[in-house]
Design a protein. Sequence first.
Length: 218
Amino acid sequence: MKSRNTILGICLILLTSCIVKSLHPFYTKETITFDQNFIGDWQDSKKGKWKVISFKEEITKDNPVEKMDKEDLKIYKEYKNSYYILREYEDKEVIYLATPFKINNQKFLDFFPLDHQEGVDNLLQSHSIYTHSLVKYDVQKNGEIEIRWLDEDKFQTLFKQKKIKIRHETIGILNENYLLTASSKELQKFIEKYMASNDAEKWETSTKFTLTKVNATN
């Protein structure tokens, strides 16, 4: 599952310090809902190119289920309903796992960067902690998909105003970034409350994309 010229997501716009990061997934198994419409080739509003295929298809391409070792079989069972996403931007590529799920009929994606990608210094990678991020996923009437990351600046304000409570740690040289440490079930309860809030700007974010399909794949 390696690709040429790949680098870690922290080097690209998707996983910068301006999105909320979690140690645990935002989904639970019972909320996973696979959407076939997300499969295909897309271009985003920042001229990035996305190739989205099912993780099940990717992992079994050269490794049939019946021939998998114990480790690969565990990965297959855990992520068979997820997406394998390759995004190309300015001649660089990065690979993600994205798991689709629903809470109260709202679609979300849990993004997670695949580790052991080429082009990354081994010492740097050994210091990296791979985290989950939450994406609000909306299909527009014209078939475009709008994705919005949960914004860290918004969370910083809410934490300082003591308007939200959820287990977390602050990280970074200045302890300026937040890392959620709550369990997946606790995260889902939090998302439900957050969705029900009267804050009209709760999904405002600097990290968002509009995806336009350019070539459907089967």
